[in-house]
Write a protein of this length. Structure first.
Length: 329
């Protein structure tokens, strides 16, 4: 067993995949000489050289376009998008090109094995254009996968599975998780976690919190506080948003009878809407109360520290909302 924090887990998973498979390479803004803004690829250029660790111009369109071309030619590119907000610049390449090549070729092209590492999330005073978490933009795009780990162990195992996958994967990494010193043990050997499988991070019987990313840790803390007040809350980490683990969701909600879906992004049109629909369609008879969604307000992320802290869901907000839901059912 090795103990890694979130950044170390990503770094080691990526390095090991590059060591095993010469078709895996990384590209992005400042990932070579600087090792990336968040330090994930620090030292990679010394080990793998400029051909496999490529500093690019400041052009998300160019980064993703080049990656799709490389994937079509048999490579496994791992591009980094420094801020997920700028996925808007290359949305066409992801939604209309990478996602559709296999279908439009009648299966002659066996997929676009491209893993886009996407840095996301609020809480670092980066302003409205550098602080979003926009996974909801891509939920309606067939042909791609969306992975969103919450812990070092999940980051390690899911990044390996994503790089090996034959489909384009958006791999979301929250900025505040890079900064976390929380460490987890990761098994030796070729450890992976399958894409499309959720995990219960805390068992409970009174209600299920369904969440992912940064909100997992905050939801667990809120659930632990509520435990002291006699409320037994289950926390289900989706880990993969596309494809959703519908079986895992239904199993947990059937067990507890109540569902509170939490995500950092604005509530309207977010991942929670899809999860709520799945529960309503497939587990309605097990519900003992309405499906509740909790997300950010429908505003841009503020730059002001005090305003941003109020915009971003806190442990207190989650705790109070869950308690209120249970008291009023």
């Amino acid at each position: 067993m090795n103990e890694y924090n979130f950044t170390q887990a990503l770094k080691n998973a990526l390095k090991e995949e590059m060591q095993k498979d010469s078709s895996v390479f990384v590209l992005g803004e400042d990932i070579g000489l600087r090792g990336g803004v968040y330090g994930v690829t620090e030292g990679f250029r010394d080990e793998f050289g400029e051909d496999r660790v490529m500093d690019t111009p400041v052009s998300e369109t160019g980064i993703i376009g080049a990656s799709i071309g490389a994937a079509l030619m048999g490579m496994r590119p791992v591009p980094e998008i420094m801020f997920c907000d700028f996925l808007a610049c290359c949305y066409d390449q992801i939604a209309n090109q990478a996602s559709k090549w296999t279908y439009m070729s009648g299966g002659k092209i066996k997929g676009i094995p491209m893993t886009v590492r996407v840095c996301c999330g609020a809480g670092v005073r980066a302003g409205s254009q550098h602080s979003q978490t926009n996974e909801g933009w891509f939920m309606n795009v067939p042909g791609i996968k969306i992975v969103y780990p919450s812990s070092p162990r999940d980051a390690y195992g899911l990044l390996k599975s994503s790089i090996r996958d034959q489909n384009p994967v958006l791999f979301y990494e929250h900025k505040l998780l890079y900064a976390s010193e929380r460490k987890e043990e990761i098994p030796d050997g070729d450890f992976t976690i399958p894409i499309g499988k959720s995990e219960v991070k805390k068992e409970g019987k009174d209600a299920t919190i369904i969440t992912y990313g940064l909100m997992v840790e905050r939801s667990i803390e809120a659930a632990n506080r509520l435990q002291k007040q006699g409320l037994d809350i289950e926390v289900l980490d989706l880990r993969t948003l596309k494809p959703l683990d519908e079986e895992g969701i239904i199993e947990s909600v059937t067990k507890t009878g109540k569902a509170i879906i939490i995500h950092e992004a604005p509530k309207t049109g977010g991942v929670g809407s899809e999860v709520a629909a799945v529960i309503s369609e497939k587990s309605f008879s097990s519900l003992t109360g309405p499906v509740i969604r909790l997300g950010a307000p429908d505003t841009p992320v503020p730059h002001s520290g005090m305003m941003e802290d109020n915009w971003l869901l806190s442990v207190d907000v989650i705790q109070n909302k869950v308690k209120s839901v249970l008291e009023n059912i």
